[in-house]
Design a protein around this ligand. Structure first.
Ligand SMILES: [Zn+2]
Length: 104
């Protein structure tokens, strides 16, 4: 018997898809490593930013197109964050300059 990864129903080993929810069967021993799961990729991006890209590139489950698209998204988000960080630094710098003028 096989166990569906989605609905957890048991079904015949000869079937490739779950008859209840039609999810394709996945061998638990072949399931992705914890560091290739979506949640891990997301958290690693929040922690180390674009330095997590090798996790996308070496992910055996992602197609070449998916890897390219994810890489582009990660680079664009990183650039936007860098610009936003620069602008916030600029705002803080201006604030302290005004404070300096007032306190003189
Ligand atoms: Zn199912």
């Amino acid at each position: 018997m096989r166990n569906c990864i989605k609905c957890n129903q048991k079904f015949d080993e000869r079937l490739s898809d779950c008859p209840f929810c039609s999810t394709p069967y996945q061998d638990p021993s072949k399931s992705p490593k914890w560091y290739f799961r979506k949640r891990s990729l997301f958290i690693s991006f929040l922690v180390v930013g674009p330095f997590m890209l090798p996790l996308v590139w070496f992910n055996p489950q992602y197609s070449q197109t998916k890897k390219t698209v994810l890489t582009a998204i990660i680079i664009i988000v990183t650039l936007l964050m860098t610009v936003a960080f620069g602008k916030s630094l600029e705002a803080v710098w201006k604030y302290y300059q005004e404070l300096n003028v007032i306190l003189k």
